[in-house]
Design a protein around this ligand. Structure first.
Ligand code: 6R9
Length: 631
C-alpha cells in the first residue's frame, strides 16, 4: 500500500475504499509485511460478544518485521538514537545490525531463565536502550510483555504483576530523573516480596549504586547476557496471539490490562505511523513519550522500526538541565518529526523564548501532539515558535485501547484547524451518539464518540476479565465501541475531542481513575472518605482536586495534606498526587448514596454561582460548607 498521499482527494479516495471494502483495503495493507503463513480470512467480528479477529490463521513475528527484514538493506542504518539524560554524555547510535544482535541476546537470556512463549514478563526500566531490547526480545520469543512505567510505585507494580501473573521482572538498579537518582531496584524488591509468581528478577546495572540482590532470585543482566549467543530465531506467532498487556486506568476499580495481539497491531501501527506523519525514508523521528505508555509502545518502537525508520529514545526530562533540553536534542540529532504532549508544550511555553531561539530547529518538517486536547494557545505557540509556521501539527486522537491513531490529520494533506484532531484515518468509522443512544449522523453535532466498525489494532480484551471489557466498552451503545470521550463534529466533518465523559481525568496526559486516587487517599489512617474530581490546570491540563473527610478535625491541615500526598505517591506513584486537598465534614450525596460529582467539579473549577439542582441531596447544607472552604 502506498502510504504517500499527495492530495486531500487521494486521502478521501483511500478513506472511501477503506469503508466500502474494509477487508480488501486491509488485505492490501497487510501484504507489505513478512508473514510466515498468509491469513485465511481478513476479519471476523461481533461487537456484541465482543470478539474481533484480524488476519485469521496468519503467522508472523513482529520483530522479524521490525528488525530482520531490514537487515538486507539497512543493517548499517541507525535504528535507534539514544539521547541520554545528561546532555554532556554521548548519545548512542544503534544500527539495525546491533539492534538485531542485542534483541536476540536478550531473547536468549530470557529463554535461559525459563521464559517460554505465552509467559508474561514485567518490564520496569528507565528509558535506556536495554528497555527497547527487552520489549522486542519478549516479542521475538513469543513472551507477553507488560511494561510498567518506572514512575509507578511498588504498590502499582504489585497490582500489575499479580494481575498478569508475570514470572520474571526486568529492571535496573536505578534511574535518573533530571539530577535525581531513583532507586528502582528497591521499589521492585518491595513489590516482588508480595508476588509469588515471580521466579527471577534480572537487573541491568545503570547507576552502579549498591542494591540488594537476593540469591536464587536476582540476577545481573551483564552476567546473564554474557552466557548466551546472538542466535535467536523468531517464534512463529498466530496473528491473534497476545503480543502485550498494557495497563490503563478505569473509571472504577483497578487498572485494566488491555490485551493487544500480534498481527493486526503490527499492520495498523505501521500503516498509521507512515500515513499520519507521511514518514519518509531516512527521516529522524522523535516521540518524547515514555515506553511505559501506549504512545511509547506504538510510536517509539513498533511503528518507526517496522517502517525501517530512525527513532529517538530520550532518557531525560524536558526541564533539565534547563528548559531548552528538547530543542537542544532536536538540533543535535537533526530531528525531522517531533511528537510530544500538550502538557509538555504548555510547560515549555512558560519559559523565556531564548531557550528555543538558541537552537537550530530547521530540520523539523512535521510536529505532533497526543494525550489530551491541545488548547489553542499552546497550538499556536508550538506552530509559531517550534514549527516556524512551516510544519503541520498532527493532533492524534487515540487511546491505549485503540492501539494506534484513530482521528488525526495527515501531514501536508489535511487542512488543519487548531485544537481539532480533524478527520478519521482510513479504516476508522467513528459515530457520534446522543445520550439516548441515537447516532447523530449529520454534521454540526456534539455527543459521545464511538466507533462502529473494527480496526486491526483494537484491544481484544481486558486480561482475565472479558466481562469487564464488554461492560466498559460495548454496553453503553450496543454494537459500538464506546471511547469514553465526548466530541464535537463541525460543519466540515472535523472532530474536536472535548474530553472524558466518565470518571477518568487526564493529568499531564496520563489517565487517572478518580476511584483509584480516592482509594489511595483513603489508605491514610486519618481519612474516612474521599471524592476526587479534575479541574482545569494551566500546565497539566487537568489537576487533581480531593475533597476529604477525616475522622477527627485535622490539627495541622498542611501536615496532613503532605502526608496524604505522600500516601498517594507510595500507593500509585508521584503522578497521582492531588494538587488540592480540601477538608470537609460531608460530601454532597443523593438519597441513594451517590456522590454528586457535578457539584464538586463546579466547586473545583471555582464556579459556584450555578450548581444546578441540589434538591435531591440528602443534606444540602453540606454544599454551603464546601463552597465556603473552596481552595
Ligand atoms: C494515546 C493516549 C487516552 C485518552 C483519550 C482522550 C485523551 C488522547 C488526544 C486526547 C484529545 C488528543 N486523548 N489523545 N484528547 N486530543 N489528540 O493518550 O492513550 O493514555 O489511553 O489516553 O486521552 O481522552 O480517551 P491513553
Amino acid at each position: 500500500m502506498n502510504t504517500t498521499l499527495s492530495s486531500f482527494e487521494a486521502y478521501a479516495q483511500q478513506y472511501k475504499n477503506s469503508v466500502d471494502n474494509p477487508e480488501e483495503f486491509w488485505n492490501t495493507v497487510a501484504s507489505d509485511f513478512v508473514w510466515r503463513k498468509k491469513w485465511d480470512k481478513v476479519l471476523e467480528w461481533d461487537f456484541n460478544k465482543p470478539e474481533v479477529k484480524w488476519f485469521v490463521g496468519g503467522k508472523l513475528n513482529i520483530t522479524e518485521n521490525c528488525i530482520d527484514r531490514h537487515l538486507a538493506q539497512r543493517a548499517d542504518q541507525t535504528a535507534i538514537i539514544w539521547e541520554p539524560n545528561d546532555p554532556k554524555d554521548e548519545a548512542k547510535h544503534i544500527t539495525y545490525r546491533v539492534l538485531h544482535e542485542q534483541v536476540c541476546k536478550v531473547g536468549n537470556m530470557l529463554k535461559a531463565n525459563g521464559v517460554k512463549k505465552g509467559d508474561r514478563v514485567c518490564i520496569y526500566m528507565p528509558m535506556i536502550p536495554e528497555l527497547a531490547y527487552a520489549v522486542l526480545a519478549c516479542a521475538r520469543i513469543g513472551a507477553v510483555h507488560s511494561v510498567v512505567f518506572a514512575g509507578f510505585s511498588s504498590g502499582s507494580l504489585v497490582d500489575r504483576i499479580q494481575d498478569a501473573g508475570c514470572s520474571v521482572v526486568l529492571t535496573s538498579d536505578g534511574s535518573y530523573r533530571g539530577d535525581k537518582k531513583i532507586d528502582l531496584k528497591h521499589i521492585v524488591d518491595e513489590a516482588v516480596e508480595k508476588c509469588p509468581t515471580i521466579k527471577k528478577t534480572i537487573v541491568f546495572e545503570k547507576l552502579k549504586i549498591s542494591v540488594n540482590m537476593k540469591p536464587g532470585r536476582d540476577l545481573w543482566w551483564h552476567d546473564e547476557i554474557a552466557k548466551v549467543s546472538a542466535d535467536c530465531p523468531v517464534e512463529e506467532m498466530d496473528a491473534e496471539d497476545m503480543l502485550f498487556i498494557l495497563y490503563t486506568s478505569g473509571s472504577t476499580g483497578k487498572p485494566k490490562g488491555m490485551v493487544h495481539t500480534c498481527g493486526g497491531y503490527m499492520v495498523y501501527i505501521n500503516y498509521t505511523f507512515k500515513t499520519a506523519f507521511q514518514y519518509k525514508d531516512g527521516q529522524v523521528y522523535w516521540c518524547t513519550a515514555d515506553l511505559g505508555w501506549i504512545t511509547g509502545h506504538s510510536y517509539i518502537l513498533y511503528g518507526p522500526l517496522s517502517a525501517g525508520g530512525t527513532t529517538v529514545i530520550f532518557e531525560g526530562i524536558p526541564s533539565w538541565p534547563d528548559m531548552g533540553r528538547f530543542w537542544q536534542a532536536i538540533e543535535r540529532h537533526k530531528v525531522n518529526i517531533f511528537y510530544t504532549a500538550p502538557t509538555a508544550i504548555r510547560s515549555l511555553e512558560k519559559a523565556p523564548l531564548s531557550f528555543v531561539e538558541k537552537y537550530d530547529l530547521s530540520s523539523l518538517k512535521v510536529l505532533g501532539t497526543v494525550g489530551e486536547p491541545i488548547n489553542e494557545e499552546a497550538w499556536h505557540w508550538y506552530n509559531k515558535n517550534i514549527g516556524k509556521e512551516n510544519c503541520p501539527i498532527i493532533d492524534t486522537w487515540w487511546q491505549t485501547e485503540t492501539g494506534g491513531f484513530m482521528i488525526s490529520p495527515i501531514a501536508n494533506v489535511t487542512k488543519l484547524k487548531p485544537a481539532h484532531a480533524t478527520l478519521p484515518l482510513p479504516g476508522v468509522q467513528p459515530a457520534v451518539m446522543d445520550e439516548n443512544g441515537k447516532e447523530l449522523s449529520e454534521n454540526g453535532v456534539e455527543g459521545r464518540l464511538t466507533v462502529k466498525f473494527p480496526w486491526p489494532s483494537m484491544a481484544r480484551t481486558i486480561y482475565g476479565d472479558h466481562q469487564r471489557f464488554r461492560d466498559t466498552y460495548f454496553s453503553t451503545f450496543p454494537g459500538k465501541y464506546f471511547t469514553g470521550d465526548g466530541c464535537k463534529r463541525d460543519e466540515e466533518g472535523y472532530y474536536r475531542i472535548t474530553g472524558r465523559v466518565d470518571d477518568i481525568i487526564i493529568v499531564s496526559g496520563h489517565n487517572m481513575g478518580t476511584a483509584e486516587v480516592e482509594s489511595a487517599i483513603d489508605e491514610h489512617h486519618d481519612v474516612c472518605e474521599t471524592a476526587v474530581v479534575g479541574y482545569p490546570h494551566d500546565i497539566k491540563g487537568q489537576g487533581i482536586y480531593a475533597f476529604v473527610i477525616t475522622y477527627n478535625k485535622p490539627e495541622n491541615e498542611e501536615k496532613l495534606r503532605a502526608e496524604i500526598r505522600d500516601t498517594v505517591s507510595k500507593i500509585i506513584g508521584p503522578i497521582a498526587k492531588p494538587d488540592k486537598i480540601q477538608f470537609v465534614s460531608g460530601l454532597p450525596k443523593t438519597r441513594s448514596g451517590k456522590i454528586m460529582r457535578r457539584i464538586l467539579r463546579k466547586v473545583a473549577e471555582g464556579d459556584t454561582t450555578n450548581l444546578g439542582d441540589i434538591t435531591t441531596l440528602l443534606d444540602p447544607a453540606v454544599v454551603e460548607e464546601i463552597k465556603a472552604g473552596a481552595l
